[in-house]
Design a protein around this ligand. Sequence first.
Ligand code: ZN
Ligand code: ZN
Length: 103
Amino acid sequence: MSVRITDITVGYGSHAFPCCSHLIVGIFIIGSPDTFINKRRAIRLWDFTIHTCPHCPVGMTITGSHDTFVNLRKKTRIWDIVTEFCGIGICVTKSPNTHTNNR
Ligand SMILES: [Zn+2]
Ligand SMILES: [Zn+2]
């Protein structure tokens, strides 16, 4: 299913400080300039989240559809992977009614 701006990611990361590691929750803040799903910008490969890691500011999608593209970038689906840069996460919220690759 399609992921949109303000959809959520959940991950895990560590910077090897005494407080680490951390559960990380992210929210997409960048999406397609011209492609909308449920009136929200479609998320693509390499779009960014801001996230809750106390040591680094953002996450970024690193997987997407093999055959569906938005702005020539792979379309992001639920369960696609984000790098938290200090760890790894997945997309966990999505459009209720728009599907890509049966997700
Ligand atoms: Zn920490
Ligand atoms: Zn971090």
